[in-house]
Design a protein around this ligand. Structure first.
Ligand SMILES: NC(=O)c1ccc[n+]([C@@H]2O[C@H](COP(=O)([O-])OP(=O)(O)OC[C@H]3O[C@@H](n4cnc5c(N)ncnc54)[C@H](OP(=O)(O)O)[C@@H]3O)[C@@H](O)[C@H]2O)c1
Length: 393
């Protein structure tokens, strides 16, 4: 084997200089980062201590209103259903197993006989979802569905991306990215898809005027677009998407789950601004580990949150993503008390102080250093892909 070329004196001096620089740089970086974090202290205090926990009920609740929860047959999704039911909501329970959905409905019906619980059975990975989803949602025609919780997700075994079966890659992308996008689109067009096509179509002249006015955000011949389309406006008032800490730090064995969650983060932060004018709150939630079947065999540690507790915290944080909500637009804008969404793909709302602190600690280290630690943690806490039953799918 050829021996590596010897370094010149200049290269040795350059390497020594860089080493010295990085030894000095690391503590400076950590101290500067710690000082910077004080700027976020008001937001953290507000989020975890002062934010009123009753906004969901105060602003969005009505006796006949419904919430729809995806992936509601287990883990956090089931937690959301139980928490919403306990707060008096009627709930549409989405899942892929009708037996599991019916079991939940039966037990809830005993506890809350005056509320309505409806099934929505659809496997997120099914083909032709653009047709099946609107068709399924038509069954809920006329219901006042005010909340959509995009919770369904599927985590593949921790393994090299190229070692995963291609079908598994397809399932992850469909469940974690495509399905939430489609159901959000359908729900924003809920009244349109649940209404039969109008007998009389718009004269083409007026239709094109509406399209160009919509794109310019103006009105048609003095007629307000919002009122012209009022009858087809969505009843949605709140969209919650569930992100993952996994999307914030790159590791080698969490693809495509984590990249799909990155997409969901970005989708929610774009949506948050685009739906601001329609008074629809879009809250992207960040979380670390939950005690669910998503990560079987994981060692238990103090930061693992119970799914019901997670759901309760999320519902208590509603209102944080509403720009200008509660105490005035300027308060939110100037103090930035709401969510971290200033850039596309912003991280959203941490609902657990422990998870937020862990994220903060991670931020103390330069990205690559933390990613290397994350890699070890994923491998240590993760389950062995060779023995995982999921890889046999
Ligand atoms: N667990 C964690 O440590 C953790 C960490 C960060 C973020 N999160 C996020 O938290 C959310 C809830 O996760 P979880 O831990 O509660 O997960 P979970 O226990 O595995 O539950 C996932 C739910 O999604 C449903 N689901 C999965 N694939 C589906 C498909 N193809 N079609 C229809 N439904 C499907 C499951 O249905 P079945 O009951 O039929 O399986 C189940 O109801 C997810 O968005 C996840 O990414 C979790």
């Amino acid at each position: 084997m050829p021996s590596p070329p010897e370094m010149t004196a200049m290269e040795v001096m350059g390497a020594a200089f860089l080493l010295l620089l990085s030894v000095i740089y690391l503590p400076v970086y950590i101290v500067a980062h710690l000082l910077m974090q004080f700027m976020y202290l008001p937001r953290s205090l507000h989020r975890h201590i002062f934010h009123p926990t009753n906004i969901l009920q105060r602003k969005y609740f009505a006796k006949d209103a419904y919430a729809i929860v995806t992936g509601a047959t287990d883990g956090a999704g089931k937690g959301f259903v139980e928490q919403l039911a306990a707060r008096g909501w009627n709930v549409i329970i989405h899942g892929r197993s009708l037996d599991k959905i019916n079991d939940i409905i039966t037990s809830l019906q005993v506890l809350y006989p005056n509320q309505v619980f409806l099934p929505l059975r659809l496997d997120c990975t099914e083909n032709e979802m653009t047709i099946k989803l609107p068709a399924a949602l038509k069954h809920f025609k006329g219901l006042d569905i005010r909340i959509l919780i995009n919770n369904a997700a599927y985590l593949h075994p921790c393994a090299q991306f190229e070692d995963l079966p291609i079908q598994m890659v397809d399932d992850v992308l469909r469940t974690n990215a495509i399905f939430p996008t489609f159901i959000t689109h359908c729900m924003l067009n809920f009244r349109k898809i649940t209404t039969d096509p109008p007998a009389v179509t718009l004269p083409s002249e007026k239709e094109s005027a509406i399209h160009s006015a919509l794109s310019e955000g103006s009105s048609v011949k003095g007629e307000n677009i919002n009122s012209a389309w009022h009858s087809t406006e969505s009843p949605l008032r709140l969209i919650v998407t569930i992100g993952s800490v996994g999307a914030l730090y790159a590791t080698s064995k969490t693809s495509p789950y984590a990249p799909a969650k990155c997409y969901l983060n970005a989708f929610a932060s774009f949506l948050r601004f685009s739906l601001q004018s329609k008074d629809i709150e879009v809250m992207n939630v960040q979380t670390g580990a939950l005690d669910t079947k998503m990560w079987p065999g994981r060692r238990k540690y103090i930061m693992i949150l119970q799914p019901n507790e997670f759901a309760r915290r999320v519902l208590d944080k509603v209102g944080l993503a509403k720009i200008g909500h509660g105490w005035g637009w300027w308060g939110w804008k100037t103090l930035g008390l709401g969510v971290d969404e200033y850039v596309a793909g912003g991280s959203g709302v941490w609902v657990h102080w422990g998870h937020q602190t862990m994220n903060f600690m991670q931020g103390l280290l330069p990205g690559d250093v933390w990613c290397a630690i994350g890699e070890t943690v994923v491998t240590r806490l993760g389950y062995n892909p060779q023995t995982s039953p999921l890889l046999a799918v």
